[in-house]
Design a protein around this ligand. Sequence first.
Ligand code: AP5
Length: 221
Amino acid sequence: MRIVLVGPPGAGKGTQAAFLAKNLSIPHISTGDLFRANISKGTDLGKQAKAYMDAGNLVPDEVTIGMARDRMAQPDAQGGFLLDGFPRNVSQAEALDAALASDGVKLDAVLDLEVPEDEVVKRIAGRRICRNDSAHVFHVTYSAPKTEGVCDVCGGDLYQRDDDSEETVRKRLEVYHTQTEPIIDHYRAQGLLVTISALGKVDEVTERAMEALQTDRAAQA
Ligand code: AP5
């Protein structure tokens, strides 16, 4: 399956993507994680992206689209993928449409995670991420690690992202409303949109998402 995950910062896209990708046996491709990996390796791409990310702005399309396309061209993504954080504006969505059309494939669904803004702010404020693997995500109250500051999965240090400060989160939410929300209409018009509530426990949301994707698939068959 080829799926796009959309939702505001802190909606739980990364958290759900880890479970959905495993259930569906497809790779989880997060442009945010790709940028953060480049930043920690000190690459030119990482240097270009960092200032935009720290300010809560989108990294320019010239950088982002090429990076996302390169990742989607990898062998493990030929049978499908779960995109998290890409596309993030209408021009990225159009670039993705064109790339998929030229490969003779199409998206199966765009899963939209709906969460009220006050919940998103609470989720981001308490988020802690493992330095060894950004897929290991915790929350100081909702899914606390057994030992404070230590990853339950691999023992790595947990840290708070630079762009999770209150001021930057406000900016990221504004960018989401002005630049990313319009892609919801773009995909609704293509009949691809599947919207679910992302409130509730992590496993409840995963179950809801899997059910909604299966119902959508059955309706399209
Ligand atoms: P990115 O890394 O994509 O960040 P984001 O979209 O802002 O989303 P987040 O990672 O903050 O949240 P999430 O929805 O994944 O939530 P999570 O699962 O962690 O992008 C960062 C930056 O990179 C952008 O601002 C931009 O600068 C740049 N960028 C990336 N892609 C780009 C693009 N395409 N174009 C241009 N620029 C781009 O969950 C959050 C917390 O909540 C966690 O602590 C988790 O444990 C907890 N939680 C999750 N689910 C639940 C639940 N059900 N109940 C309780 N707690 C929960």
